[in-house]
Design a protein around this ligand. Structure first.
Ligand code: SF4
Length: 279
C-alpha cells in the first residue's frame, strides 16, 4: 500500500483551484487567439480580444478570470493500492474552502436548492470516485460556471436516431442557448450508458485536452464536422454573432442498452478551468 498524506493532498487541490481561477491552459488560450485572428465581424473580434485581455489580467494574479468562480467538480481515480490517512471527502472539502478563502474567490454554493443559504465555503464539491489498478491517485479538478451548466441537457434518444439525431439535438440546443453559456464554448457530448452515465461522459468530455483527437476515426470526424456546423450558427462570442461559437467538440461514449441512446450535452464556457493532478 502507498500512503497519501493529508497535507500533500490538500495542498495539491488548493493550488490547482487557485491557479485555474487565474490561468487557463496555453492550448486553450492559443485556440482563442487563433479564433480572434480569423473572426471577421468587428464586434465579435473585439469580444474575443476582450476575453484574451481579461485572461491576461487574471494571469497576473490579482483578479480571478470570472466573477463566477464555479462549483468544484472532482473526478478521482483512486489506485487500489492507495491508502488515505484521512477522511477523503471532508478533507477535500476543507481544501476547497481554504482555496476559496485564501484565493479571495467568490463563494457560489447554496446549502439547499430550495432555501438557498450560501454555505460560505464554496462547498460541498461534487465528487466522482473510481477505483482503478495501481498506487496512484489521479484527480481531474474543475471549477464549473453556473451559466454554461444551466444550458446543458440530458435526453434519451431512440437508438435509430444515431449520430444524425445527436447532431440535430446539439445544434438545436446551442442555437437556443445563444449567448447565455458565455461562448466560445467547449461542447462536451456523452453518448451511451444510461441517464446518469451519459451526463458523466459529457462532463468528462469537456475536461479532455482541447487538442486531443478522438481515438475512433468516425467520432473524430463527427467532432470536426459538428464544430464546423456549430460555428456556422452565427451565435458567436458571447452571443453577438460571428464565426466563433465553439472552440472544440468532444464526444465520449460508453456501451448502452439495446433499447436506448442516452445523449447528454455539457457546455463549457470560455472560462474553461480545470487541472489534472497525479499524486
Ligand atoms: S458561464 Fe462561465 S464565463 Fe459565463 S459567468 Fe459563468 S463562469 Fe463566467
Amino acid at each position: 500500500m502507498r500512503t497519501i498524506e493529508k497535507k500533500i493532498f490538500q495542498e495539491a487541490i488548493k493550488q490547482a483551484l487557485i491557479e485555474m481561477n487565474h490561468e487557463l491552459s496555453p492550448a486553450f488560450i492559443s485556440r482563442l487567439a487563433s479564433a480572434k485572428e480569423t473572426e471577421t465581424g468587428t464586434v465579435s473580434k473585439t469580444i474575443l480580444d476582450d476575453i484574451l485581455q481579461n485572461h491576461e489580467i487574471a494571469r497576473k494574479g490579482t483578479f480571478p478570470l470570472c466573477q463566477d468562480t464555479g462549483m468544484v467538480v472532482v473526478f478521482a481515480d483512486v489506485g487500489q493500492e492507495v491508502y488515505f490517512s484521512f477522511d477523503f471527502e471532508s478533507t477535500l472539502n476543507e481544501a476547497v474552502a481554504e482555496a476559496y478563502a485564501e484565493g479571495y474567490l467568490r463563494k457560489s454554493i447554496v446549502d439547499d436548492p430550495i432555501h438557498r443559504r450560501n454555505s460560505e465555503t464554496n462547498t460541498p464539491a461534487i465528487t466522482h470516485i473510481r477505483l482503478v489498478p495501481g498506487d496512484q491517485l489521479r484527480l481531474r479538478i474543475a471549477a464549473k460556471g453556473g451559466g454554461s451548466e444551466n444550458m446543458s441537457t440530458v435526453r434519451m434518444l431512440k437508438p435509430n436516431d444515431g449520430l444524425e439525431g445527436v447532431r440535430q439535438e446539439t445544434l438545436k440546443a446551442i442555437k437556443n442557448a445563444g449567448g447565455r453559456p458565455c461562448p466560445p464554448l467547449i461542447v462536451g457530448i456523452g453518448l451511451g450508458g444510461n441517464l446518469e452515465k451519459s451526463a458523466l461522459l459529457a462532463k468528462e468530455a469537456i475536461l479532455r485536452d482541447i487538442d486531443d483527437k478522438n481515438p475512433d476515426p468516425e467520432l473524430a470526424q463527427f467532432e470536426q464536422q459538428l464544430e464546423t456546423e456549430i460555428n456556422e450558427l452565427d451565435v458567436g462570442p458571447m452571443g453577438v454573432g460571428g464565426e466563433t461559437t465553439c472552440l472544440a467538440v468532444k464526444v465520449n461514449t460508453f456501451p448502452t442498452h439495446i433499447a436506448m441512446l442516452p445523449f447528454a450535452l455539457n457546455l463549457q464556457c470560455h472560462a474553461a478551468r480545470h487541472r489534472e493532478v497525479v499524486l
